[in-house]
Design a protein around this ligand. Structure first.
Ligand SMILES: CC(C)(COP(=O)(O)OP(=O)(O)OC[C@H]1O[C@@H](n2cnc3c(N)ncnc32)[C@H](O)[C@@H]1OP(=O)(O)O)[C@@H](O)C(=O)NCCC(=O)NCCS
Length: 195
């Protein structure tokens, strides 16, 4: 039996969140395309250590549950240059010679964020051992309920058709499909308040 209790992610949860997301994204098509082959597990850990290392945890928006984690950002959020510079070594460790592609994809996706106020769900992952048993749905339900309470739509990029199907079940609709720098397709998806 896999528990689906959802709790706000505290700063002290950083290690657990990094491990969960690195495990969950082992087969992700977009990260597989971006990361050089070899040392994949270490590269994913470096990537998520840099991503989670900023102001992502501790404000109540991001969540953890047994086996799962979701990163959520407030309106207007952008990964600051200062943050990226502070984690430059980790990004190099993660992406190596593919770093220009990683930066380019990130910048292209940031340009596509909605202009209206919204919450941004950047990563959701459930470790392989806990998948298909409602953990991801519980995390999504908690996030969308809070967006509704705040009167804000929720925005995300789906990296596979199967993931997009899960998001559609939670009220997201596809607003565009993009392939920045020739990446595998990413569905830009939005959920209106009460969707
Ligand atoms: C996507 C993910 C967070 C869903 O969490 P979950 O706990 O498995 O989801 P639930 O049990 O609540 O719902 C199952 C649904 O999730 C989606 N899903 C996507 N990949 C899945 C997988 N490998 N195993 C099971 N479900 C998956 C499907 O829509 C599935 O429904 P289906 O069986 O009818 O196709 C999880 O599978 C995961 O971490 N996948 C790898 C990382 C990833 O792709 N993250 C999202 C990037 S946009």
């Amino acid at each position: 039996m896999v528990g689906t209790t959802v709790a706000p992610a505290a700063t002290a949860d950083a290690g657990r969140v990094v491990r969960t997301l690195a495990d969950a994204f082992a087969d992700d098509p977009v990260l597989a395309w971006l990361l050089p082959s070899g040392r994949r597990a270490g590269r994913l850990t470096a990537h998520f250590r840099a991503t989670v290392g900023g102001d992502v945890l501790g404000d109540g928006l991001s969540k953890v549950s047994p086996y799962g984690a979701v990163l959520v950002h407030p309106d207007g959020w952008r990964q600051s240059l200062l943050h990226q510079a502070g984690h430059a070594a980790s990004y190099v460790r993660a992406f190596g010679h593919r770093l220009p592609w990683a930066v380019g994809v990130q910048a292209a996706l940031e340009r596509r964020h909605p202009r209206e106020p919204h919450r941004y769900l950047s990563y959701i992952g459930v470790a392989a051992a806990g998948r298909g048993r409602g953990v991801g749905s519980a995390l999504l339900a908690a996030v969308t309920a809070e967006s509704d309470a705040a009167g804000l739509p929720t925005y995300l990029e789906a990296s596979s058709p199967r993931n997009a199907r899960l998001y559609r079940r939670h009220g997201f609709v596809t607003v565009d499909v993009v392939r920045p720098l020739g990446s595998p397709p990413l569905e830009l998806m939005m959920r209106v308040v009460g969707g």
